[in-house]
Each structure stands twice: as structure tokens, then as C-alpha cells.
Write a protein that binds this ligand. Structure first.
Ligand code: NAD
Length: 708
């Protein structure tokens, strides 16, 4: 794992080089090995100084996620982190300098290792990035980061790095004093050696020296208070306890910053232990760091199908979704044939793509050369004869069955047999749509999300007759355009639309019952949703929502929709009051140049409930139905694994990652408790809250969906 290199003149280098991974990351055993080397080199009088270096392209990227995920108790977490802190503290207290030679990415424990060195040199590489992203795992920097970073760069720079996962490029890191200097990469170790020999690198840290003055602003100064209050206000946008890590980082900083370093490290250890073994860490690691990467590497692709070479794609219907899909396909280097109903619609679609491309150039995200090549990849036309040789077809015309049937039939007649034809329908069962093509085995659903260029998720839906080759080919296309798929079985609304519908349906039911839309949105935001459902509905337009709900209602017998008042609320808003959404300036809210405000006519439209329901009940009514509907989809076999539901919900509609997703939400509450809460809701608000049998059986046995 480590090599001890002799660089001559009494300088040694501890070189980290994990044999089993492209990156260096640490675990308990590796820290123990490093600690031995630290003790050995510190006590050897022949050694004048030690360089910490990496033989990988990156420096060190943090800790072992599996080890972190397995932590059972706060005591386990405290024991592990105590070992890491002791190793780093021994580096600091050694009677000789330890110098970090940061050759590349230094994240989490990697940056903390560098912070425990008394001198840090980074390679002069414009991509070199450092950061403390523990918070994104639900953790806090526990290897001294919360104490050393603010003491080194000050509160104003340190807090966003730790609390908002603001990663910093090398140049910026040098400016803020996080690294002492940057040198060409091939000079890194040599310069580090020189800094030891010419005593530029001190043998002690500033905070271990007499008269150490912390960088301004001080915690108790007006400026310091302002920084702390600003950060606390940001954290306070979510309800207390939902994301314990930012709160714990603030506590570690507020209690530790003015203490001596050992006292500060002790406080950090306690804060680390208080969060590290908790559900949020397990949820986030499971979904964000294991589930999403597994989906992105196409875990559900049938192994027996040869890789599909794709060079050209046809997109039918170049409206909002089609233009986004075409943009992503052209960006991936595919030749893209665009088909529309008229030349006018075609021009509009091409304009939309060109706008996106030009925007990317203006924001320096794309070179002009790449932009020109991308636009040259587009072939707009209204003639299906043009798509005879394409490798895949994606249909994204309006959600009207007759139109879809017509274009799908024309596409199937135009392309070669076996070429996958995918529909981007958001609600219509794929098996039914497959009836319009002669080869239903080559037909599949690929449900993208808006805006397509930014949303990673694609829900891939297998119709009853879809064959494995088509699934594999659709997934190869998803991989080509860098999307993260979940593969689901067919049914009305598949997985994502039916679960999202249960959420917006309940939100509109609350509105119809007379709950203020401001309160509904605020509860949703505090619960961790990025946008409130009322604001969201106004943005997507109430008219569109009305159409979606109509096509989602099916036979109307779905238990998850029983008693919902969404259809009634939408009809009232659109038909009786002419409220179509934000674009028209009038939706659930009024809009003017200052943004959203109250619509004075709301009280007449929906008589206010007085007193309103409690925030707690509103929150349960917004989140529980999503989890219940996901379990129904699991029970019906629409979705095959809990993790697919969780990945889909977190990247599809930003269900709070602190829970891991809609299913992780149930585990976090506990199945028994969740079912008890549903029973209460069912009694008060109707059968749509009745827990499915599968869940009730699990609750009776105290079973969880996940065992990590
Ligand atoms: P849109 O109205 O923006 O685009 C539809 C396009 O289809 C229009 O450009 C229209 O000219 C074209 N079209 C109509 N008839 C046609 C024909 N006969 N031949 C070729 N083109 C024709 O709609 P959209 O929002 O892009 O939705 C398209 C599909 O994507 C729908 O099935 C919708 O349910 C689905 N979808 C939409 C969203 C969303 O957020 N808007 C998300 C996921 C899926």
C-alpha cells in the first residue's frame, strides 16, 4: 500500500499506491500502516523530513465507503476516527516537517491528510481540485478538517468548503492559503525535498506554536457572527435533523475553533460519531455512491447481447423533449435525423437546439468548433424515407394516442427490422403502443425527464413483447448519451409518473381542502424537496398537469388515487378560474416582475381550512403516498428492486437523498412505525393510505428493505 522511498539527504517519501484501485482511499487498516510509517520516520534521527506522496494520478480521495457504511454504533465510529486523528496528530507533533506533495485530486480524508502536514505543495495542474465533500455522504470531516481548515484559511472560506461541498481548484487553493505553493508536476517531490532542506517547511503547525492567532474574522466578532448566522440560515431551510451533517459541522466549528487544537479534535470526534453510524450516511452511500454508479454502468443490460454500434438516431417530434433528446444525441457525436409534422415545427425544433448549443458556447462550456460539429450532425426533414438507415428511433410527439400510433407505424415501416423504436411517452403503457408497429419485440419505452440535457435519469420500460436485444440496445443508447437508466416493467404511469402523480395528487388534494399553497410548498421544502409542489405545478403549467392526470387516471380504480381531489382542483383552477400557470402570470399563485405572490381569488376558489392541518400531517401526506405508491409498484412487479425505486426517485424528481429515496424513506422510519402512521392517515383521510399487504407483512416481522 505504501512505499518508503529514500530521496537522499535525509528526506524520505511515504508513497501511497493502492494496488487494487485507480485511486488511493483509506480504511482502518491502511491508516494503521501509515501510522506505523509515521512513527518509524519520526523517531529516526537520520530522517530530516518526510514527504507524503501518491503514485496515482490523484493524491488521496477519502475513505472506504463500504467501511463507513458498515459502522453500526457511534462508539464504532468514534474508535475508527480516533485512530485516524492520532495518526495525523503524530505527524504534526513529530520533531520534523511532514510535507504534502499533492499531485492531483485531494478529497475528504485526502485533503485532511494534507492539512495535517505543515507544508503543502500542489502540482500546477489546472484540473487539480481539493475539497471536503464528506457532507454529501451525510458525514463530517472527522480527520481534523473541521478544526484545521478554519484555522488555516478562516471561517469565511472554510465553511462553504465543508458545508456546501464547494471544491476548490489549485489556483484558488493557493490564493486562500490552503496550499503553500504550486509547482510543475514533475518538480513536485524535488521541491518538497528542497523545502524540507532549506527549512521553509516548518516542523510544527501554526496552531501548535505560541501566540498563534486564528485568521480573521474571529468567531465572536460581528463579521464572524454574520458568517455563522448566514450559514445557519441556509442550513435552516431544511427541517432540523433531516441533514444532521451540516449541523454537526457547524457545532464542531462553533465549539472547537477557539479551543486548543486537541480540544477541537475531541469535539470533532464526538460530532463525527454522532452522525457517522446514522441512517442518513447509509442511505446516501447506498443510493448516491453505490446505486447510481451501478445503474450508470448498465447493471440491467442483458449480458448475452453484443454491444450495439450506434452512429445515427432519429428523433420524431422535436418539441420540448424531442429537442432535448436530439441535443444529447448530437452532443454524443451521433448523426441525428429530426422528423416533425411541418417545416415550421421543424424550424422551431432546430432553433431550440441551436439556442442550447449557443448558450453552451457563451458560457464557455463548449468550443465553437464542437458547436459547429454538433449542429452539422442534425438532419431535419419531414420525410420518413430519410431514416431508413438509422440505428435507433426515439418518438417524442405529443401525448395523444392517435398521433403516436401514426408516427410509430411510419417509423417502423421506414427503418430496418430489429432497429429499436423507443417512445418517450410519460404515461401510456408500452405494450399498448407496441400494437401500432409490426415488430413489437423491437419496441420499448425510454422516458426522459425535463430538461433533458440536465436530467440524468431515463426510465426504460419493457413492454410485454420487448426482447432482450432491444433492451440491451436501448441501454447502449442511454450509455452513449450518458444517462442513468432504471429498467422497469410496463403499466400505467410505469414507475416514476405514477409515484410523482401520487405526490402532486396529494398536494392538490390539500389545496382543494383549503390548505394554503404557501404552507404546502414550505412544508415540502423543509422536508427536503428542492421545489414546492405548488410552485412546480405553476411552472410546468396547470393545463399540462390536467392532461397528464387525465391520461394517468386509467379506470379510476387505483387505490393510490382513491379520494384524491386533484382532478377536481385542476378543473376548478383551469376551467372555472382560467388559471393556467406561471407563464400566463396566473396559476395557483399570481406572478409579476417581482415573482410569486398570493392570488387574492384563491380563498373563493378553495375555502380555507381553519385551523389548517399541522405541518407534521401535511408532510406525511406529501411524502408517505410516494413511498406507498412505490411499494405498490414493487408489489405489482413494475419495479424489480428497491434500489431502482430509490435511484429513480432521487435523480428523477429529487426525493430527499437523506432518506436514500422513496423506499429508503420507509426503512428510515421503520416499517412497523411507517405502517402504523399509514393506518392513522387512512382512518382520517381515506383508503389511499392503506399499506399494501407486502409492507404490512414486513412490518409484522420488523423487516426492512435493506440490510446494510
Ligand atoms: P411538445 O408539445 O413540446 O412537443 C411535441 C412535438 O411533437 C411538437 O413539436 C409537435 O409539432 C410534434 N408533433 C405533433 N404531431 C406530430 C407528428 N404527427 N409528427 C411529428 N411530430 C409531431 O411536447 P413534449 O413536452 O416535448 O412531450 C413530448 C412527449 O414527451 C409526450 O409524450 C410527453 O408525454 C413526453 N414527456 C414530456 C415531459 C415533459 O416534461 N414535458 C417529460 C417526459 C415525457
Amino acid at each position: 500500500m505504501f512505499k518508503l522511498d529514500n530521496l537522499g539527504d535525509g528526506v524520505k517519501a511515504i508513497v501511497f499506491d493502492r494496488p487494487d484501485s485507480p485511486h488511493n482511499f483509506m480504511n482502518e487498516d491502511i491508516v494503521a500502516q501509515l501510522h506505523d510509517l509515521v512513527r518509524h520516520t519520526s523517531s529516526d534521527d537520520q530522517v530530516k523530513g518526510v514527504i507524503l506522496a501518491s503514485n496515482k494520478a490523484s493524491f488521496v480521495v477519502g475513505g472506504d465507503l463500504k467501511e463507513l457504511q458498515a459502522l453500526k454504533t457511534p462508539e464504532d465510529a468514534a474508535a475508527i476516527i480516533a485512530g485516524v486523528q492520532a495518526c495525523m496528530r503524530d505527524m504534526e507533533l513529530a520533531p520534523k516537517p511532514f510535507v504534502a506533495a499533492i499531485n492531483g485530486l485531494a478529497l475528504g480524508g485526502g485533503l485532511e491528510l494534507a492539512l495535517a502536514c505543515s507544508y503543502r505543495i500542489a502540482a500546477d495542474d489546472p484540473r487539480l481540485t481539493v475539497g471536503l465533500p464528506e457532507v454529501s455522504l451525510g458525514l463530517i470531516p472527522g480527520a481534523g478538517g473541521t478544526q484545521r481548515l478554519p484555522r488555516l484559511v478562516g471561517l469565511a472560506a472554510a465553511l462553504p468548503i465543508m458545508i456546501e461541498d464547494k471544491q476548490v481548484l489549485g489556483e484558488q487553493a493557493e490564493k486562500m492559503g490552503l496550499v503553500d505553493e504550486r509547482v510543475p508536476a514533475d518538480n513536485l517531490r524535488e521541491t518538497a525535498k528542497q523545502r524540507i532542506l532549506d527549512s521553509t517547511a516548518s516542523s510544527s503547525q501554526p496552531w501548535d506554536q505560541d501566540g498563534f492567532k486564528r485568521p480573521d474574522p474571529q468567531l465572536s466578532s460581528d463579521d464572524g457572527k454574520q458568517i455563522i448566522d448566514g450559514m445557519l440560515a441556509k442550513i435552516g431551510r431544511k427541517k432540523p435533523g433531516l441533514e444532521p451533517a451540516p449541523e454537526a459541522i457547524m457545532t464542531a466549528v462553533q465549539l472547537g475553533f477557539e479551543k486548543d487544537i486537541d480540544e477541537g479534535l475531541k469535539i470533532e470526534r464526538q460530532q463525527f460519531a454522532s452522525v457517522a453510524a446514522g441512517a442518513v450516511v447509509k442511505n446516501k452511500i447506498r443510493t448516491l455512491f453505490l446505486g447510481i454508479p451501478a445503474a450508470s454502468t448498465m447493471k440491467d443490460r442483458p449480458k448475452n447481447v453484443d454491444p450495439y454500434e450506434i452512429s445515427s438516431v432519429a428523433v420524431i417530434g422535436v418539441g420540448l423533449m424531442g429537442s432535448g433528446i436530439a441535443y444529447c444525441a448530437a452532443l454524443a457525436g451521433y448523426k441525428v435525423f429530426l422528423l416533425e409534422v411541418s417545416q415550421e415545427a421543424l424550424d422551431k425544433g432546430v432553433d431550440a437546439i441551436a439556442k442550447r448549443v449557443n448558450g453552451a458556447v457563451e458560457r464557455n462550456r463548449m468550443t465553437q468548433k464542437k458547436a459547429d460539429a454538433l449542429l452539422a450532425n442534425l438532419t431535419p426533414s419531414t420525410d420518413y424515407a430519410n431514416i431508413a438507415d438509422v440505428d435507433i428511433v426515439v418518438e417524442a410527439v405529443a401525448e395523444i394516442r392517435e398521433i403516436k400510433n401514426t408516427v410509430l407505424k411510419m417509423a417502423a415501416e421506414a427503418v430496418k427490422p430489429g432497429v429499436p423504436i423507443a417512445s418517450n411517452t410519460s404515461t401510456m403503457p408500452i405494450t399498448g403502443l407496441a400494437g401500432s408497429v409490426p415488430n413489437p419485440e423491437s419496441f420499448i419505452g425510454m422516458h426522459f425527464f425535463s430538461p433533458v440535457d440536465r436530467m440524468k435519469l431515463v426510465e426504460v420500460i419493457k413492454g410485454k413483447k420487448t426482447d432482450e436485444t432491444t433492451l440491451a440496445r436501448a441501454l447502449d443508447f442511454a450509455a452513449g448519451i450518458r444517462k442513468t437508466p432504471i429498467v422497469v416493467n410496463d403499466g400505467l404511469g410505469f414507475f416514476t409518473s405514477r409515484v410523482v402523480n401520487s405526490y402532486s395528487g396529494e398536494a392538490f388534494t390539500l389545496l382543494a381542502e383549503g390548505i394554503s399553497p404557501f404552507l404546502i410548498d414550505d412544508v415540502a421544502l423543509k422536508a427536503g424537496m428542492p421545489v414546492g409542489p405548488m410552485t412546480m405545478a405553476d411552472a410546468t403549467t396547470i393545463t399540462l398537469l390536467k392532461d397528464i392526470v387525465a391520461s394517468m387516471s386509467g379506470s379510476g380504480e387505483r387505490v393510490g388515487m382513491a379520494g384524491m381531489r386533484m382532478t377536481e382542483a385542476l378543473a376548478k383552477l383551469v376551467d372555472d378560474y382560467g388559471r393556467s400557470g406561471k407563464a400566463a402570470g396566473k396559476g395557483i399563485f399570481d406572478y409579476d416582475e417581482n415573482g410569486q405572490k398570493e392570488w387574492p381569488g384563491l380563498a373563493e376558489c378553495f375555502t380555507p381550512m381553519d385551523p389548517p392541518l399541522s405541518r407534521e400531517v401535511i408532510e406525511k401526506r406529501l411524502l408517505h403516498p410516494q413511498a406507498l405508491e412505490a411499494v405498490r409498484a414493487l408489489e405489482e412487479g413494475i419495479i424489480e428492486n428497491p434500489i431502482d425505486a430509490d435511484v429513480g426517485s432521487v435523480i428523477g424528481w429529487a426525493f430527499p437523498a437523506a432518506y436514500g429515496g422513496v423506499i429508503g424513506y420507509i426503512d428510515t422510519i421503520g416499517t412497523r412505525q411507517f405502517v402504523a402512521e399509514c393506518d392513522e392517515l387512512a382512518e382520517q383521510f381515506g383508503v389511499r393510505f392503506v399499506a399494501p399487504d407486502m409492507l404490512r407483512k414486513m412490518a409484522d416481522k420488523d423487516e426492512a428493505f435493506y440490510t446494510d
